[in-house]
Design a protein around this ligand. Sequence first.
Ligand SMILES: NC(=O)c1ccc[n+]([C@@H]2O[C@H](COP(=O)([O-])OP(=O)(O)OC[C@H]3O[C@@H](n4cnc5c(N)ncnc54)[C@H](O)[C@@H]3O)[C@@H](O)[C@H]2O)c1
Length: 380
Amino acid sequence: MKKLNVGLIGYGFMGRTHSNAFRKVNNFFDLPYQPVLRAICARDENNARAFAKKWGYESVEMDWRKLIQREDIDLIDIATPNNTHAEIAIAAARAGKMILCEKPLSMDGKQGEKMVKEIEKAGVPNMVWYNYRRVPAVTLAKQLIDEGRLGRIFHYRAKFLQDWTISKDLPQGGTALWRLDLKAAGSGVTGDLLAHCIDTAIWLNGGIGSVTAMTETFIKERKHNLTGKVEKVGIDDACAFLARFKNGSLATFESTRYARGHKALYTFEINGENASIAWDLHDLHRLQYFDHRDEGKLRGWRSIHITDSDHPYMKNWWVPGLQIGYEHTFIHQVADFLTGLDAKKPAHPDFRDALETQYVCDAVLKSARTGKWEKVPKVK
Ligand SMILES: NC(=O)c1ccc[n+]([C@@H]2O[C@H](COP(=O)([O-])OP(=O)(O)OC[C@H]3O[C@@H](n4cnc5c(N)ncnc54)[C@H](O)[C@@H]3O)[C@@H](O)[C@H]2O)c1
């Protein structure tokens, strides 16, 4: 097994999911590579050292530029806020490193284009962590669609609902609340949550041609953690949009952080001429499937428990009937990346795929401003 030396930047929520994936992947998948946790990079030295100790990183760097220059690092993993992705990814590509980058790829499509150009010029393997593609139930949905079981697809419906920013006393910005700060996040729920829905949708149902959207910022001003002043809130707190897919199907997408009672309710439903599929993140190991071609008296929604060895990724886990969860999606993504590396068949979504999602996000935000239908540009 070849060693693959990882330098991770950021030890927050995603830093933990990625570290867990790098550590476990070889225990469950037979792979040509073994990730080695060479270095963790973050700005707070004490926290970084504590993280390194807990997760088994061999060293700590305080400056990502130094990390990128290290010869003992093969792969840079970017798990930092959105406004840092471009600079780090471009520098890592120029240094010839492989890159795994958190979503959304960039602050906007224009910045994403520069990233794609640099990464492709450098020819370095790359992938973006749109991990929901690798929930086994979602991967199975993709297989069923590709097998033609749904027939022509008419409708795609997606939602991502949360409720954690309802208090007007919640500040914006800084270490814990960068998602509320436009300068750090690029957008609100559109880039943070809908980007996931859009990536899954494009993967399952093909490209999106045009969109019309509305957004709202319910709390207009919040204290900024970095300046201490009350400042305008620039992010979208909620966004709903209609879309036309290039295959002729119609879609609705909705996301908000103001749906009291919902913490991370990502759902989608797809209706085709023969069959429908529905999935829900709160019940992520189940896929709901309805097939009109079933015998009439038995026809109905089936709730498939995705734990069998026939189901995607599941033969690598426990015995049928025992389910897996959220953290496994990241393990699957690393497994696919490492397999693709050796086979020279790159895993997806790569930076180019993620740029397409970025273009949809841009068109959504533009439409919310113009009040018109906006076309989604093609990725060149
Ligand atoms: N794939 C997913 O499902 C998913 C889920 C959550 C977040 N994300 C994405 O992951 C990224 C990180 O989000 P998070 O929730 O882990 O954030 P977080 O706030 O929990 O962690 C961010 C980390 O980045 C570090 N950091 C910030 N600026 C830095 C710099 N200049 N140099 C080095 N370290 C720096 C912070 O110290 C912190 O350790 C974001 O792009 C976010 O959109 C993806």
